[in-house]
Write a protein that binds this ligand. Structure first.
Ligand SMILES: [Zn+2]
Length: 264
């Protein structure tokens, strides 16, 4: 099983299939060497799903109509099994590649039953260093949580805050403020789906964020207590999966939608 997210597909190709005894050329996303995704075509048009095809022959591999995330994962995983750039008869004659394809399609069926990705790309629990706490002993800040402490995730943020305090006489940081490191590292919760973050700038997977943050940005929610993050994740419609061998993983809401459960 691959543990790294697949590389983001680049560009478009075309693949010619035979549909109802007629050649049909479709736009195709190259996912792995020799394999591509095409929109699934029915007698009346697009099914709304996607299929994996062998580029050289235009033959389908696996289900005719899959959700996009599953189609990408399937093509990527099939691609790790051998050389798909050969003609169809050579691919068919390759016993190792055939076995890999059969096992991958079995894994796909099982994953779709439970709404799981075909593999977990990363652990969901990520340890982050303890934050910096900036305390104002003399001036409370009424609108702030505990009236006198600011939290910064990185030392660079502390320096930036101090620089601003010197220039800005309205700064809420007092002259006698003290800075110290919190005692414990914190946790954050990361989406474990292989395709999470693709298409977003930077491509980083989703991190459970603090919707109550008054700044309104996507600051990751961090806590020393995992139970706190779990309660927040459930409220935010993140979906959890527990496996006795692989532990507990989480999917962010878009990735949960991208991996619908076939069975309840
Ligand atoms: Zn996600």
């Amino acid at each position: 099983m691959p543990t790294a997210p697949p590389t983001v597909p680049i560009g478009w190709d075309t693949v010619t299939l035979t549909v109802h005894n007629r050649p049909l050329t479709l736009p195709a996303e190259p996912v792995a060497p020799g394999l591509a995704l095409v929109p699934s075509v029915t007698g009346t048009g697009w099914s709304g799903g996607y299929a994996v095809v062998h580029t050289a022959s235009g033959k389908h591999i696996g289900p005719y109509s899959l959700p996009l995330a599953y189609a990408r994962e399937l093509a990527h995983l099939l691609g790790t099994g051998g050389d798909w750039t050969r003609p169809a008869d050579q691919v068919r004659a390759d016993a190792t590649l055939r076995r890999h394809a059969v096992e991958t399609l079995c894994d796909l069926g099982e994953a779709r039953d439970f709404g799981l990705p075909l593999w977990w790309a990363r652990p969901s629990w990520r340890r982050v260093p303890p934050p910096w706490l900036i305390s104002n002993p003399t001036t409370g800040i009424p609108e702030h949580d505990d009236n006198s402490t600011w939290v910064a995730d990185a030392w660079a943020d502390v320096v930036a805050l101090a620089d601003r305090a010197i220039r800005d006489r309205w700064s809420p940081i007092a002259d006698d403020a003290t800075v110290r490191r919190a005692d414990w590292p914190e946790w954050e919760l990361v989406c474990a789906a292989p395709g999470c973050g693709q298409g977003r700038p930077g491509g980083a997977p989703a991190v459970l964020s603090d919707w109550a943050d008054e700044i309104g940005d996507d600051r990751p929610l961090r806590s020393t207590k995992r139970a706190h993050l779990i309660a927040h994740a459930r409220a935010e419609q993140w979906r959890e999966h527990t496996n006795p061998h692989q532990g507990r993983h989480w999917l962010c809401p878009p990735c949960a939608d991208d991996h619908p459960r076939d069975h309840n």
